[in-house]
Write a protein that binds this ligand. Structure first.
Ligand code: TXA
Ligand code: MG
Length: 348
């Protein structure tokens, strides 16, 4: 089981600054960039979720990320850069497949895992020889990268294993008092974290499904597979594949069919219940029930998922989720939901 570091007491004033996500204010960006260059942490929006950024070339700054999140040192970070040229400077090998995918999907929610160069501090990659790199498709993230002039290591801006943030309020909820600045660019667009693709000799294989799907990439590669999910602890191909992850504090259960009966049963037992339901299901009326009707299109569902779970993660005993179909388009959403529902070793 990974070691989750103790999160220190809140002792910093966290400032939240609203930034136009289409035309970020230069003065605000340059202040944020100065904090990054000075070894501090800044939370900022990307097209997927909010990231908690630090200068990826400064190991002391990177260390602060692990502390603020209570993240195990064994879980490596994604390094964000402004373009594929900058990506090439931090990887030791840039295969043709990387160039092809970068041309097709960058800037965008695709993270490539490649051999790293020596300049990257060890804690960024959790001591490993590979680095995860991506070019975010968001004007604030791009402006910050350009102004800072350094690659930015940024995991999702939440406490380790918990719900990812798709709004500045979500970041504030979990990291207030622990970081100096949050750039509030409003809700993020895609809402599900980037696809992580291993392009080392072991790949190409998908380590984490995300907005760029198997179907999107497969025609452009000689070969593509999913890394196995059910494997013994300690042998995970991506440490972030820890089974329980992306989880609300409230117990979460997946209903593969007839969620309504389950919800009713839980209510009858005296539980306060939250329910992520399909439009045709949301009928029950009960003061102890909070229903959020979810979209039937995977991309829209993904965009709303974390916000819906954040909203239900207060004052309820259990959250029931009507499980989306088993289909490539739904793969990323199902992956996050399955892991959010998993109650294994973390609850011991
Ligand atoms: O959309 C995203 O990817 C967001 C935004 C902020 O960019 N970031 C994000 O980071 O989700 P994080 O740290 O929450 O997830 C990073 C994932 C983890 O599953 C981690 O284990 C995996 O990427 N990862 C990072 N470096 C890796 C490496 N060298 N080899 C394999 N997996 C790696
Ligand atoms: Mg995360």
């Amino acid at each position: 089981m990974p070691v989750f570091p103790q999160i220190p007491d809140a002792n910093v004033e966290t400032e939240v600054i609203k930034v136009n996500p289409l035309a970020p204010d230069e003065a605000v960006i340059s202040r944020a960039a100065e904090l990054i260059r000075g070894g501090e942490l800044v939370a900022f929006p990307t097209e997927t979720v909010y990231g908690l950024g630090a200068n990826a070339l400064d190991s002391a700054a990177v260390q602060k990320i692990f502390e603020a999140k209570g993240r195990p040192a064994t879980n490596p970070l994604i390094v964000h850069v402004s373009d594929s040229e900058s990506a090439r400077q931090i990887v030791a090998d840039w295969p043709e497949s990387a160039q092809k995918l970068a041309d097709l999907f960058w800037p965008g929610p695709l993270t490539l895992v490649l051999p790293k160069t020596k300049e990257i501090p060890k804690n960024v990659t959790a001591g490993g020889s590979t680095i995860a790199v991506r070019v975010p498709n968001h004007a604030i993230a791009q402006a910050l990268l350009k102004a800072a002039g350094v690659p930015i290591a940024a995991p999702s801006a939440n406490r380790s294993t918990r719900l990812s943030p798709t709004r500045a309020e979500h970041v504030l909820k979990s990291l207030a008092g622990r970081i100096p600045l949050i750039l509030d660019g409003g809700p993020t667009k895609s809402g599900v974290e980037s696809t992580v693709l291993d392009l080392t000799d072991k790949g190409p294989r998908i380590l984490r499904p995300g907005p760029i799907t198997f179907t999107d990439m497969e025609p452009h590669l000689d070969y593509l597979e999913y890394a196995p999910v059910q494997i013994p602890r300690g042998l995970l191909p991506s440490p972030g594949m820890m089974r329980r992850h992306y989880a609300p504090n409230t117990r979460l259960e997946l209903a593969s069919s007839d969620a309504a009966s389950w919800v009713k049963e839980l209510l009858d037992q005296g539980n306060r219940v939250g329910w992520l339901a399909w439009p045709e299901e949301a009928r029950l009326e009960n003061p102890d029930l909070r229903v959020i009707e979810m979209p039937t299109v995977a991309e829209s569902y993904g965009a709303q998922l974390y916000d819906a779970l954040h909203r239900l993660d207060e004052g309820l005993d259990v959250i029931i989720v009507s499980l989306p179909p088993e289909d490539d388009a739904w793969r990323a959403v199902r992956n996050r939901l399955t892991r959010a529902a998993f109650r294994g070793w973390l609850d011991k």
